[in-house]
Design a protein around this ligand. Structure first.
Ligand SMILES: [Zn+2]
Length: 251
């Protein structure tokens, strides 16, 4: 219930931040133009569409349909966020505009928010107080992230803020894996190789390295989604053994 109020507050704050940008544009100051080019469009005079990047984005949408949807709520929402993210990412790479950036990045933020929510449930089975506190931190970080992401001149901060948001996720993935004898390293490595390919394409952009971003589209969500499915099975076991209550305390 509490989280819903925070979400409402976040949206009001985002509306305010957006209206503030409009105000700047209406004054005598120069309007802020949004421009973002990945390696593929940098090789074509910064002109959209990025066709390879756009069409391979759709792979992200297909993962939940091919590999299956989780059974339990926070993880089901990760699957929904991925399904939306593939289309959003297609749109972003095709048009390289502001609405595409928001559609793509906000669905990534949601995917991590719900993944982290699931991990918090798995790591704080009995301790309701801790569970609520960490969930509050999760929603609060997302709230600040969304506000910062609404401001055009802060476009460059997204990769850093998203990497920071991944840190508790990675820590809890390891913690849950150790406790439940679950494989996770090979899946994280898959995602890491995807991320590395993208970084290389941005730092050293050539005709060949441009496909690094294509590999990112395939590998990064694949590794994490496999973990989501496996951890959903752990949650299922814990609920069946009554080690976690399937109540509003969790979801
Ligand atoms: Zn992309």
């Amino acid at each position: 219930m509490f989280s819903k109020y925070i979400l409402c507050f976040a949206f009001i704050a985002i509306s305010y931040a957006t209206s503030n940008t409009t105000y700047i544009n209406e004054t005598k100051e120069l309007p802020l133009l949004f421009e973002h080019n990945f390696c593929e469009s940098r090789l074509q005079n910064n002109e959209p569409p990025e066709l390879f990047n756009a069409y391979t984005s759709l792979a992200i949408t297909t993962y939940p349909f091919i590999m299956g949807f989780p059974k339990h709520l926070p993880f089901i929402n990760v699957a929904y966020a991925l399904a939306v993210n593939g289309f959003a990412s297609f749109y972003y790479h095709y048009h390289l505009n502001w609405i595409g950036k928001q559609a793509d990045e906000i669905s990534m933020i949601f995917a991590n928010y719900y993944g982290l929510h699931g991990l918090i449930i798995l790591t704080n089975q009995k301790n309701i107080k801790n569970k609520r506190f960490f969930q509050f931190l999760n929603i609060f970080y997302m709230y600040l992230f969304l506000i910062i992401n609404t401001i055009i001149k802060y476009d460059k901060f997204f990769p850093y803020l998203f990497s920071i948001y991944l840190l508790p996720t990675l820590y809890l993935i390891r913690k849950v894996a150790k406790k439940n004898n679950e494989h996770y390293i090979k899946y994280l490595l898959t995602s890491f190789v995807g991320a590395l390919c993208w970084i290389i394409s941005e730092i050293h952009c050539t005709k060949h390295t441009q496909y690094g971003h294509v590999l990112w589209h395939f590998l990064f969500p694949l590794g994490f989604y496999k973990i989501v499915l496996n951890y959903d099975l752990i949650l299922d076991r814990l609920i069946n053994y009554h080690l976690i209550s399937n109540s509003s305390d969790n979801f």
